[in-house]
Structure formats: structure tokens, C-alpha cells
Design a protein around this ligand. Structure first.
Ligand code: DX5
Ligand code: ZN
Length: 223
């Protein structure tokens, strides 16, 4: 299994966004996590198309776009055009999750479903053959810097079982409150993608990224 660090720029200093992305890349992160919030599905509003376009021009890292928006189907084509490498929609927000996943794949991009803390893994079982990835939220979506809800991690084992049953190959990511002091628990639970915002874009982005990468590389070597 390949392990990835997806650095969530929600926590970055936007006056220094290019430098921040450069620093996490030098530290070894291979993905950038891009949180789109609409003020409807979640209480807050973050950023959208124009910023994605700039980020795409500024980096060759894999752009993992997390759509915390209602009616995500309306925006898939536009986000693909602007350079997303993967698009993850919320199960709770999509009218027809399988149709959205299919449309993402038909545009040649990786398709993902995110589940909020109250959504059980059973809810998305039938969607998994159409998924390249799942984001297990370990905070209520909407804000960075919250504390991890460790009970959500048990969902990963269920999803890994389904992965075997359905013959799908999944990137399972954990998003929300992941820090250097709990990342080992997240990996023990079966995740192979770590999404981290405030723990990466804090004091020293490059050094903190390196610390995460050391843990991920060790895991990869252990297999
Ligand atoms: C929360 C977002 C997360 C957020 C994580 O709704 O989806 O991606 O940036 O931030 P931290 O790592 O600070 O919890
Ligand atoms: Zn996110």
C-alpha cells in the first residue's frame, strides 16, 4: 500500500500560499488538500475556483479537492477544468452519489466520497465500486483546528472489509484533527492517506511535513 500526506491549505497563510505549498513539498508531501466550503452544507465559506486555478499553475503536486458543498454535481466539470486531480463529494450532500462518482471518473479524475462523523460506513457500501477513495471525517466538517473524534476511526476497518468484498481499491483518508501525536493511531486503524492542516501549516511547514513523512515512510517500509 502507498501512503500519502495531503497537506490541507485551509490552515496555510494565504498571503504566503506559494511559499507554504513549496515548503510542504520540500518536506515530502505529495498531495495538496483543497477544502471548498459553501456556507450551506457547512457553516463556513472557504475558497473556490479562482484560488484552485492559481494553485494549479503554481504546483505540480496532486490536488485533492474536498467539496463540502450542496449540489456538488453542478460543479464537477468546472473543478476538473481548473486542475483538480481528485474530487471528493460528501455522501450527505449528493442527491445521487453514484452518478456524481461516475461523472468524475468519466472526466478522467479520481472520485471520492467523504462521510461526516454521524454517517456509518454501511451507508456507502454500494457506492464503493465507483470510488477511488473515501475520506473519513474525524471532525464535523467546516473548520480546521478541531480535535479528532477517535471513535470515527473504527469505520476504516469496516471499509477495508468492504474493499475486499467488492474488489475495489481504495485510498482511505482521515481528515480532521490529525497531529503528530495521533497519526500512528490513524495508521493503525487502516488509513493510507493523512490529511493534515494545522499540524502542517503552523510554525515551520517544511520541518513539520518531514516529521509526518518519516512516520509514513516507516509504515510503508514495514509492509
Ligand atoms: C475540515 C476540513 C479539513 C481541515 C483539517 O472541515 O475538511 O481538511 O482543513 O484541518 P486540521 O488538520 O487542522 O483539523
Ligand atoms: Zn478537508
Amino acid at each position: 500500500m502507498k501512503y500519502h500526506l495531503s497537506s490541507s491549505i485551509l490552515a496555510a497563510d494565504f498571503m504566503e500560499l506559494g511559499k507554504e505549498i513549496g515548503a510542504t513539498k520540500r518536506g515530502g508531501a505529495d498531495r495538496i488538500h483543497f477544502d471548498v466550503m459553501d456556507g450551506v452544507f457547512v457553516p463556513s465559506i472557504s475558497f473556490g475556483m479562482t484560488i484552485l486555478e492559481s494553485v494549479r499553475k503554481g504546483t505540480d503536486l496532486f490536488l485533492d479537492v474536498h467539496l463540502m458543498i450542496v449540489e456538488p454535481e453542478r460543479y464537477i466539470e468546472e473543478f476538473v477544468k481548473l486542475g483538480a486531480d481528485s474530487l471528493t463529494v460528501h455522501y450527505e450532500a449528493a442527491k445521487d452519489p453514484i452518478a456524481v462518482l461516475k461523472s468524475i471518473r468519466s472526466l478522467g479524475k479520481k472520485a471520492g466520497l467523504a462521510i461526516s462523523p454521524k454517517t456509518p460506513p454501511e451507508a456507502i457500501k454500494e457506492c464503493l465500486p465507483y470510488c477511488d477513495g473515501v475520506i473519513v471525517m474525524t471532525v464535523e466538517p467546516g473548520f480546521g483546528g478541531q480535535k479528532i473524534m477517535p471513535d470515527c476511526l473504527a469505520k476504516i476497518a469496516v471499509l477495508r472489509e468492504y474493499e475486499k468484498e467488492t474488489g475495489s481499491e481504495l485510498d482511505i483518508a482521515v481528515d480532521g484533527g490529525v497531529k503528530l501525536n495521533n497519526v500512528s493511531n490513524v495508521l493503525d486503524a487502516g488509513a493510507n492517506v493523512i490529511i493534515a492542516g494545522s499540524a502542517v501549516f503552523g510554525q515551520d511547514t517544511e520541518t513539520d511535513t518531514v516529521k509526518f513523512m518519516e512516520i509514513l515512510k516507516k509504515r510503508e517500509a514495514m509492509q
